[in-house]
Design a protein around this ligand. Structure first.
Ligand code: GDP
Ligand code: MG
Length: 166
């Protein structure tokens, strides 16, 4: 099994931390060099059974310029070419405009979109369900996976869920 997974989310939600956690478990490639004009490889996770290429997909945020609009469109078309999209959120912060804008964009995508709720180590477990409900009202996500990228909680489960879509 192998495939491509795009990671989206506003700044500081933990995209890089998640990648360090995943790739740290199974060293492969870490690259900061742009691979194409619109995607850069974040890392490659390889086991005997599967290979997942993680792509960083920046540029999905509200813009007021033609260049910005072009970058959003470009980023969105990249999402059509992957097996799954991971939409990372920070559960310790209120659902804000940055998140809402990305969710509106993700509604247009045919690719399975995972809601990856990061930083669960920062909130009480009981607080999680209301947050999930809030997000789920905005969009029907293919999978919902709570994780702590920093501590590694549930990251193995996330990888298993991704494998189902490769
Ligand atoms: P990015 O901008 O989306 O790549 O976010 P980063 O990976 O750089 O993380 C932003 C900040 O959030 C850093 O200070 C991380 O240490 C912190 N962070 C990321 N994931 C977690 C988590 O699961 N729990 C906690 N408590 N902090 C986290
Ligand atoms: Mg980062």
């Amino acid at each position: 099994k192998s495939g491509f997974v795009a990671i989206v989310g506003r700044p500081n939600v933990g995209k890089s931390t998640l990648m360090n956690q995943v790739i740290g478990q199974k060293i492969a490639i870490m690259s900061d060099k742009p691979q194409t004009t619109r995607n850069k490889i974040h890392g490659v996770y390889t086991t005997d059974e599967m290979q997942i290429v993680f792509l960083d997909t920046p540029g999905i945020h509200k813009s007021n310029s033609k260049l910005g609009d072009y970058m959003v469109k470009s980023a969105m078309s990249a999402l059509e070419e992957v097996e799954a999209v991971l939409f990372l959120t920070d559960v310790s912060e209120e659902l804000g405009g940055g998140d809402r804008f990305i969710i509106e964009q993700l509604k247009k995508v045919k690719t399975p979109v995972f809601l990856v709720m990061n930083k669960i180590d920062k909130v009480h477990p009981e607080a999680l369900l209301p947050i999930i409900q809030k997000y789920s009202k905005l969009h029907e996500f293919t999978e919902v996976v709570p994780v702590s990228a920093l501590q590694g909680n549930n990251v193995t489960t996330l990888l298993e869920q991704i494998a189902r879509y490769l």
